[in-house]
Design a protein around this ligand. Structure first.
Ligand SMILES: N[C@@H](CCC(=O)N[C@@H](CS)C(=O)NCC(=O)O)C(=O)O
Length: 242
């Protein structure tokens, strides 16, 4: 039976981290809100979130596998990783992978806060002054701290510098690819020359991009373009040289 992915339609958003894993594995899945009909569409997603069940997600993305509903990107990938052969075999390393993914979750949250530093209930246009201040600090301190950390993780991986954890590709590598893609889109000035500063990360990004299933996915209509409705948004006034 195919996995059911629930996420806001029309954007990559946080759902993309899950999508990349499903695509790399060639897994059967349905992006529920991108389809119409019985049990499909945004209505079906909201129905689950508003239902009387005891396991209802606070926010998308969430995944349904049969009757099981799994929410939060890192938790979904922790669940899917072994099933899709995108997690280390070693149990201890699976927790390492989860720790890295949770760090990615934190980073994504900070990316979101560059354009919505005050409230998600307000428009970007109503918080531009704060967004500029937040983005300047993000570019100066947070991008180098997070990318420096992930670079060290790759450089110091006993399994080799090609992967974040273990000897093989995992969902963490796919998520790091998406992070770099998103940052390049949102902050091209800040990211200029990043490949010289973060060599292992840049190699990982190129390697993931050229994987057959990923490159086919990126060229397909399933891969939506980045936009100013998603997590990674390009507002030129927020982008500064790093
Ligand atoms: N920690 C969650 C965050 C989920 C999340 O913030 N989802 C957003 C869309 S990307 C949302 O719909 N949030 C609704 C809200 O916070 O009220 C994850 O990593 O999946």
């Amino acid at each position: 039976m195919s996995y059911q992915l629930y996420y806001w339609s029309g954007i990559q958003g946080r759902g993309e981290f899950v999508r990349l894993a499903l695509e790399e594995a060639g897994a059967e899945y349905i992006d529920i809100t991108r389809h119409e009909g019985a049990g499909m569409g945004t209505g079906a997603m909201l129905e689950i979130m508003n239902s009387d069940g005891s396991n209802i997600p606070f926010a998308p993305p969430f995944l349904k596998d049969g009757d099981l509903v799994v929410s939060h990107v890192a938790n979904i990938l922790f669940y899917l990783g072994p099933k899709l052969d995108l997690a280390p075999n070693d149990e201890g390393l699976r927790y390492v992978a989860n720790g890295l993914q949770l760090t990615i979750t934190d980073f994504v949250c900070e990316v979101h806060d560059t354009h919505h530093p005050i409230s998600t209930a307000l428009y970007y246009e109503d918080q531009i002054r704060e967004a500029k201040a937040r983005s300047a600090a993000f570019i100066k301190d947070r991008i180098p701290k997070y990318l420096g950390y992930f670079e060290r993780i790759l450089q110091q991986n006993p399994g080799g510098t090609k992967h974040a954890v273990g000897r093989n590709m995992s969902y963490v590598d796919l998520s790091l690819f998406q992070l770099i893609e998103g940052l390049n889109y949102a902050f091209p000035k800040a990211m200029k020359g990043y490949a010289d500063r973060y060599k292992a990360l840049a190699s990982l990004h190129a390697a993931v991009r050229s994987r057959p299933r990923i490159s086919a996915y990126l060229a397909s209509p399933r891969r939506l373009a980045f936009s100013e409705d998603g997590i990674f948004r390009h507002y030129p006034e927020l982008d500064l040289a790093g």
